[in-house]
Design a protein. Sequence first.
Length: 286
Amino acid sequence: MSPVPLIPGEDHRPSLLLVTDLGYEARGRRYCDEDIFLASRLRESFDVALCHPRDSAALLDRFDLALVRNSGPVLHYQEAYEAFRARARELRVPVCNPLEGRGDMAGKQYLVELSRAGYPVIPTVDRAADLGLLPEAGEYVVKPKLGADSVGLRFVTGAEAGAALEGADEGTLLVQPRIGFRYEVSFYFVGHDFQYALYAPDPERRWVLEPYAAGAEDLAFAHRFIAWNSLGHGIQRVDACRTAEGGLLLVELEDLNPYLSLDRVGEEVREAFVARLKGSLASLAG
């Protein structure tokens, strides 16, 4: 079914379904404010409608493309999300981000794979037999592969980490050492183009962010994961921590619906991001 103008008789501009949960409450962030702002700016170039992720599959055939934004953790609506993905493929509606993401979009198995391959990530295993591959630590982090927003995350001893892996369904949990770090930093991309970086100077206040002047080594680190993910377009956020020794380790590669913290950047940076996003979406709409 071909998309049709939302207002009969009006010249057809590309129609965009912005998938978001304006009611989702996240710690330290107001998802709704960010998506209301983005919708207002995207309306300059597209006919935009916002919908909850549970409604997205039913509405998709009316639109030229879809943009998944701050829709909350997928585990809260897994069935609806799978229906949306299937419907998008059936209709061949372009989705931003593309559905082939290898990062958080597919769960956190990538952390195990990247750790095994020697990438600079926090060491990660998903089998009790592999716990010996982790560096010794006073505490370990256990979290579900399909988790988000720290859902299901807990800090345990080494013995408890082994028991957690042995007692869970195979391949459902991750274990990492709890490492000390100086701060967390996030690098934001549209496509393969770096846009800006933010960091949290206080490790205890993750979402109290400030602009970060990324150097050449920082950008080479972040680009390595963007290249690994190989998405042709979309919004990605590379989250890393600066260790006590001074290096960077990947924490997460957010490629489904990364929060952008646009309220923490200057107007010039924000406008440049919006312009780059509009251009990316316009190229998908044809």
